[in-house]
Design a protein around this ligand. Sequence first.
Ligand code: PLP
Length: 402
Amino acid sequence: MNTKQKNIRNDFYLLKHNKVVYFDNAASALKPKQVAKTINNYYTKLGTNSSRGVYKLAYEVTTLYEDSRESVAKFLNCESREVVFTKGATNSLNIVATSYGLNNLKAGDEIITSKLEHHSSILPWVEVAKKTGAVLKYVPLDKHSRITVENFKSVCTNKTKIVALTHMSNVMGYLTPVKEICKIAHSFNAITIIDGAQSVPHLKIDVKDLDCDFFAFSAHKICGPMGVGVLYGKFDLLNNMIPVEVGGGMIEDVVNGEPTYKKAPFKFEAGTPIIAGVIGLKTAIDYINNVGYDFIYKTSKELKDYLFARLKELKNITIYNDDTDIPLVAFNIDGIHSHDAASVYDNYNICVRAGHHCAKPLMDYLGQIATLRVSLYYYNTKEEIDKFIAVTKAVQEFFNKN
Ligand code: PLP
């Protein structure tokens, strides 16, 4: 562990005191003390609503709220009017499906998605297909279960209106070639919706360079607060969409009971917003930028190589994502149900994920009911991997499967 990593670990209570080996980062990253401090500061010293009051405190809160929007815009390389604050990636993806999908698709139109998707990326479109008569098509996965440009080309047609794909699989850790796919999709006039919930923690994102139409992520996966996320949308598209929720804070006027709505992004933020979360997101972005994506890439590569090398030393382990792009392994210990294994890991204070990972179509595709998933982030260490390997042997011994 180098000095930088040591300093980073000191920012996280659980890591500083070695309380657990936290290997469930794909579910949610841990939160540094700086994020907690921002939220605490809001609740103890501010606590007012934003975008409503004319007094100084309300103005201060509104400024912090809008500063966070600026910060997200810089983070994604877009304009701040293209940043909608939501409850999370799930909420963001549902907004696009409900607002854009239901109002623009008709029977026979095609929606391209994949079996690699998290339920939050695929199910909103399953519902749109049911309601509009549009047809869901899946990009065939290659032999490693990856989405490739060639396979995407094989399903994209003049009937394709929507392309809804994951940027990075939460089970396999595969990066989708989104830039090339968006280019092809646009040549057929299709709209692209990218689920960035797993890519944002690992990759510097530039939505202009990707040229996607919509992009969604959650704050909690980049060490930010729970319950807040982002929907990026190209301004003209966003601005022409009908709000999904209506209420306070998003109207321009109501004359004789007839409302007119504010422009994007405000028309998608009805009601009192998640103010502490939004302000905390800015601190999380500052934190990640301070850690630096170069450090994240370098650490991720080292951890990934070490994790796979060590896991492959063991017998009777089935790995499903041998050529993953991040330090994430989906595997099973032969003969042991993943939930049973996860409970034994927990006895040793190692947090790993077991189950279908909200990706049932992928589990069916892999022919598995469930897998174990170990997902690391920049604050994890080789020493923690050593402990995980030793405990994996103990799990095998416990169930007599070594
Ligand atoms: N998409 C992917 C790939 C995910 O991994 C997740 C969460 O695990 C989501 C979407 C949904 O994120 P949230 O639960 O924060 O809305």
